[in-house]
Design a binder for this molecule. Structure first.
Ligand code: SF4
Length: 515
């Protein structure tokens, strides 16, 4: 079991820090499709740079290391109880070593267990089979994309697409709608797994199961093969693009599975996964516990180091029409009102992290620091303390901002905050507050946790650590932290524009295709 525990540790580290070859090829294809000099191309360049950095640093690709889910097939006679214990120990060790973020939270008290263990966490599912080796697959799926999963009960009416009936064409409409509704919030460009049939829970399980299929495999069921091909061809025409910035690459993979259902129910369940598609697998020798083979590693590898344009993302944009503006907080209202949607900003100075717990806290407490003119970063970083007691950011990309929508505008006004950085954009209430108060929303590149950790030159302090590492308010000194203005103080929102234009494009798929 000692060797098995080590094998599980290696699997966890590899999954968190290195994308498998099939995913890398899909990202490389997206990069070729995207037009140079656009915001989407800049976002993809940052993603590629981030993948490269995670490889080199053996650090998490994204700071949200998700809910670890293991799917294990074992020969008869293997001790599952001991395997479970070894996996839990490996998870705790990987968390201690900064390869996973402490992500397990008591749902009632909000307390973070600190070691990624808890009731139902990690998820471990066993199945017996007749082969003589153990097959372990692991997926680390973060909250941003998990929150964009969606389930349809057919027949139903879909925005832009009309009625979706209980047939292949209705399924087609649901899948296109699933891509549309995710916009950039699940860190597009993404991968989707679709489960047709089952009940509400087994349907979602089937959808998630599809994410374990290699990106370039071919569906053995002819109708589903055609549907997968159709979706891949057409979903990219919605123009949502990387990070929802608009562009050519919205979907990187689509895998569809089917199971029986009861006559009264017809569910189509969709599991959305971001570009940081961290799933890996190993074959294990049951006698020794050693890894005998790594999975998802067939075929050509992509050398991103060679592919990468060495020029900094923002520098590449400077060649186009985009304005690149340096910001040093505290910011004045006048400075902020000069910013427009589409501008790229480079921030140097101290910024403050704040996500769910902090926003809720600030609604009825004073801030622990003077936030006047400051920038709040929606981020739950992976942090490690060195032997001298100094904190270091190991992974620090943006989290999904829309969760703070009920609070954001009020907090900006109450404390004089001038900018928030996050990903996926915010809603009408925040847009109105930006207009009234003089503020901007800055979209960083979701998942680019290594890229942004590299911008953090020192950790100057921390408040409210009792909320747990991801939820505390970290004071981060950054240099050249690059983000795009996607909501400004003049009532403009790139997110609103892309959503509107993609809805118009969605309508072109209203007519039946599969009879
Ligand atoms: S890439 Fe985005 S959606 Fe995926 S885990 Fe990271 S923050 Fe979440």
């Amino acid at each position: 079991m000692e060797k098995f525990q080590q094998s599980m540790y290696d699997l966890i580290v590899e999954t968190s820090t290195k994308l498998p070859k099939d995913v890398r090829r899909a990202i490389a294809r997206a990069k070729v499709r995207e037009n140079a000099g656009t915001r989407a191309a800049m976002a993809l360049n940052t993603i590629v740079e981030n993948i490269q950095m995670a490889d080199e640093n053996v650090s998490p690709i994204c700071q949200d290391t998700g809910l670890p889910t293991f799917k294990i097939k074992v020969p008869v006679g293997v001790n599952q109880i001991e395997m479970k214990k070894a996996i839990r120990a490996a998870i705790a060790e990987a968390t201690k070593n900064g390869k996973l973020r402490p992500n397990s939270v008591d749902s009632l008290t909000g307390k973070n267990s600190g070691d990624n263990l808890g009731e139902g966490v990690p998820v471990i599912k066993f199945e017996q089979w007749e082969n003589d080796y153990i097959d372990v697959r692991l997926i680390l799926k973060g909250g941003g994309c998990e929150n964009k999963n969606i389930q349809y009960s057919l027949p139903c009416e879909l925005e832009g697409l009309g009625r979706a009936g209980r047939d292949l064409d209705g399924i087609r409409k649901c899948i296109l709608h699933a891509v549309y509704q995710a916009q950039g919030q699940g860190c597009s460009a993404g991968f989707i797994g679709v489960g047709i049939g089952g009940d509400r829970s087994s349907g979602y399980e089937l959808a998630k199961e599809q994410l374990f299929r290699p990106v370039d495999d071919v569906n053995p069921i002819e109708e589903l093969r055609q549907l997968e091909e159709y979706i891949m061809e057409n979903a990219n025409k919605l123009g949502i693009g990387t990070m929802g910035f608009g562009g050519e690459s919205t979907l990187l993979g689509c895998k569809i599975g089917v199971m029986h259902r009861i006559p009264a129910s017809f569910f189509v369940s969709v599991a959305y996964n971001c570009w940081a598609f961290r799933r890996m697998g190993v074959k294990i020798d049951p006698a020794t516990g050693e890894i005998i083979e790594w999975l998802y590693q067939d075929g050509e590898d992509v050398d991103f180091a060679k592919e990468l344009e060495k020029a900094e993302a923002a520098a590449a944009l400077e060649q186009g029409d985009t304005r690149v503006i340096d910001l040093v907080p505290p910011l004045s209202e006048e400075q902020v009102r000069q910013l427009r949607v589409g501008d790229v900003v480079r921030i140097s100075g101290v910024i403050y992290t704040g996500r769910d717990a902090i926003h809720k806290y600030l609604m009825d407490h004073d801030a622990p620091v003077d936030l006047n003119g400051q920038i709040i970063y929606h981020c739950g970083p992976v942090m490690l303390k060195d032997e001298e007691g100094r904190w270091h950011a190991k992974a620090a990309g943006p989290t999904t901002s829309i969760r703070e929508e009920p609070y954001q505008g009020d907090i900006m006004k109450k404390f004089g905050v001038r900018a928030v950085i996050g990903k996926g954009g915010m809603g009408a209430k925040t847009l109105q507050a930006l207009k009234e108060h003089g503020g901007v929303y800055l979209n960083a590149i979701g998942g680019a946790a290594q890229y942004y950790a590299d911008c953090i030159k020192s950790v100057e302090g921390v408040d409210l650590l009792e909320f747990g590492i991801p939820e505390a308010m970290w004071h981060l000194r950054v240099e050249n932290f690059t983000a795009v203005v996607t909501m400004d103080s003049h009532g403009n929102s790139l997110h609103e524009d892309v959503e509107k234009s993609s809805l118009e494009k969605l309508a072109q798929f209203k007519e039946p295709v599969f009879k």
